[in-house]
Design a protein around this ligand. Structure first.
Ligand code: ADP
Ligand code: S3P
Ligand code: MG
Length: 178
């Protein structure tokens, strides 16, 4: 099957947003971030949606956005880390030509999340503990879903987003502009 769209999945901090931009530049495609689209629809940040309307409202908006974005052609789609939680989203994601699971260790995820200035607005606590403590359990819970959706798995440890974009282009056999 010809690959005419790519979805990036993986835990928070795996690099979906950063790699989507690098990958789209290689391919001459558009890129889009599901979290940005949710914020535009809600007219507020993800942290504000969680605080004022609750996580379920965020997940409902995310499902609408995923359904629409999965129809795009020549687009790299950066999903939120929890987009794979709903079966309806997993079905939509599988409609993309390729689904790439970006992987990193818990330590690396923790470090990237803590250093990212967008974390305060985009990554509210998902459990009562919140913070780094929730990562190992949620990653373990979500891993079967990432695995079930992915058509390609990429280890991001020690690689830059640019390296990772090159690796994906090569693995999918797509023509690169570089
Ligand atoms: N391969 C990488 N190596 C080092 N830092 C990275 C890498 N990928 C992403 N980052 C950084 O980690 C943070 C989270 O990346 P982001 O792309 O927002 O992840 P995600 O969208 O999967 O949550 C950002 O500050 C980003 O610049
Ligand atoms: O893992 C999650 O459930 C979430 C991940 C975030 O996206 P990133 O994976 O881009 O950080 C964002 O969608 C929201 O905070 C929920
Ligand atoms: Mg992101």
């Amino acid at each position: 099957m010809e690959v005419n769209s790519i979805a990036l999945i993986g835990y928070r901090g795996s690099g979906k947003t950063a790699v989507a931009q690098a990958l789209a530049a290689r391919l001459g495609w558009d890129w889009v971030d599901a979290d940005v689209e949710v914020e535009l629809r809600a007219g507020k940040s993800i942290a504000a949606i969680f605080a004022e309307d609750g996580e379920t409202r965020f997940r409902d908006l995310e499902a609408i956005v995923v359904d629409l974005l999965a129809l795009r052609q020549r687009t790299v789609l950066a999903l939120g880390g929890g987009a794979i939680l709903r079966e309806v989203n997993r079905k939509a994601i599988r409609r993309c030509g390729a689904v790439v699971w970006l992987q990193a260790s818990v330590t690396t995820l923790e470090r990237r999340i803590a250093a990212d200035p967008s974390t305060a607005a985009r990554r509210p606590n998902l459990t009562a503990s919140g913070g780094p403590a929730e990562i190992p359990r949620l990653l373990a819970e979500r891993t079967p879903h990432y695995r079930a959706c992915a058509t390609l798995e990429v280890d991001t440890e020690g690689k830059t987003p640019s390296d990772i974009a090159d690796e994906i282009v090569a693995a999918l056999g797509l023509p690169s502009r570089r």
